[in-house]
Design a protein around this ligand. Structure first.
Ligand SMILES: Cc1ncc(COP(=O)(O)O)c(C=O)c1O
Length: 408
């Protein structure tokens, strides 16, 4: 028995989150409101999830319609809404087949299993190693924490799983050697790292990686849970690179705009091991989730939406670069792609998020002392201007704090 004193938390919740002292009652568009009506500008969107903002009328209508019709049937039956969304997603991507899940981590779990089963079906069961990168994040299941290899997420959870190889982001030689190893099954990466601090993989690197994987019979798995579905201004982030299509791709977050749904997409070739009984999920792809996701996908994939993201993202980047030159004591770097924007700071990013909250602006944290701006994709230019004004006031707060620390 340990002698650490155990207390029951007042909220009766496992203490795994570092929560801000703030709760919301309702939302509309890019705004969130507390119980007592205080308004916040949401440039976090549930960590890149509510791409269409809060209470989007089309989605509210879809939920109401489906709630009165059919919530759930087992995957032992055909589900026509699931077939419709699989058709939409595969028509719009490299993929031939889809497996629906309830979260990003589950989409990755399916991706990892699909890759290993492919090699097993090919008579090469020894190919089990998945190459991942430092700074990546793929979710919190046992497999996905091992795939990402972040020491603070694996610590205390028993042995590291075999079959996960870590390469330093940008270390091309190490990556080439790892891909050429005879036990390698797949490479797993985020085209734009989210949690890692909005680090984008250069387009030519993604193209070279694709070619290298093909050359060595290794599958390319892209994690577009955060950067996919319009966030970068293309439907899928890898499209910026041209010839860099994956064999398998994980999506979630914006797919349901907050309704829990994800998907693992794959080519028919990559999915050839995923035969009857190889995988499953009770909720994955149920009619309720599919009805919402079908409407959300229609909105997110429209050319007008993608053009809008590129426009507003251009405005954000230009304005943030301006702030960087006016606040060189606060801002070190602007990075990311589209509306997955990272701002690397000198002051502590957690403190900065608090100062932004004081200005009624919600932003997310990120690795490498970044804050991330991940607004709903529907944010207008006026709302973006308001976000920048609030961000600037947070910079002034940060500067005052630095001056006070220097004086004391
Ligand atoms: C890139 C990426 N992959 C996977 C996940 C895991 O998704 P979920 O929390 O829905 O399991 C996340 C969540 O933030 C993510 O950003």
């Amino acid at each position: 028995m340990s002698n650490v004193e155990v207390t029951v938390p007042a909220d009766h919740l496992m203490g795994v989150y570092n929560r801000a002292p703030l709760a919301f009652d309702r939302g509309r568009g890019v705004r969130l409101y507390t119980d007592d009506g205080v308004e916040y500008l949401d440039c976090m969107a549930g960590i890149a999830t509510c791409g269409l903002g809060h209470a989007h009328p089309r989605l509210v209508e879809a939920v109401k319609r489906q709630a009165e019709k059919l919530w759930h049937v087992s995957n032992v039956f055909r589900i026509k809404e699931q077939e419709a969304l699989a058709k939409r997603l595969t028509d719009a991507s490299f993929a031939d087949v889809a497996f629906f899940t309830n979260s990003g981590a589950e989409s990755l779990e399916c991706a990892l299993k699909t890759a290993r089963k492919y090699h097993s079906a090919n008579g090469q069961p020894e190919r089990i190693d998945v190459i991942g990168f430092d700074g990546s994040f793929h979710g919190r299941t046992y497999a996905t924490i091992n795939a990402a290899g972040n020491p603070s997420y694996v610590e205390g959870f028993g042995p590291r799983l075999p079959g996960y190889v870590q390469v330093k982001f940008g270390d091309h030689e190490a990556l080439k050697a790892a891909i050429a190893a005879p036990t390698t099954a797949a490479v797993l990466l985020e085209p734009v790292q989210g949690e890692g601090g909005a680090r984008a993989v250069p387009d030519h690197c993604l193209r070279d990686l694709r070619a290298l994987c093909t050359e060595h019979g290794v599958l390319l798995i892209l994690d577009e849970v955060q950067c996919g579905l319009g966030r970068t201004g293309q439907l899928f982030a890898h499209e910026w690179a041209g010839e860099a299509q994956p064999d398998i791709m994980a999506l979630a977050k914006a797919l349901g705009n907050g309704f829990p749904v994800g998907v693992c997409l794959a080519t028919a070739e990559a999915a050839k091991g995923m035969t009857t009984g190889a995988h499953g999920s009770t909720y994955g792809g149920n009619p309720f989730a599919m009805a919402v996701a079908l409407e959300a996908f229609d909105e997110l994939s429209s050319p007008e939406m993608l053009a809008h993201v590129r426009d507003v993202a251009g405005y954000f980047t230009q304005q943030l670069e301006g702030l960087k030159s006016r606040f060189p004591d606060i801002i070190v770097d602007i990075r990311g792609r589209g509306l997955l924007i990272g701002v690397k700071l000198i002051p502590n990013n957690r403190s900065f998020m608090g100062w932004a909250r004081d200005e009624k602006l919600l932003i997310a944290g990120g690795g490498d002392n970044c804050v991330r701006l991940l607004p709903p994709l529907v944010i207008t230019q006026d709302e973006a201007r308001e976000a920048i004004e609030k961000f600037e006031r947070a910079c002034l707060r940060a500067r005052a704090d630095l001056a006070q620390a220097a004086a004391s």
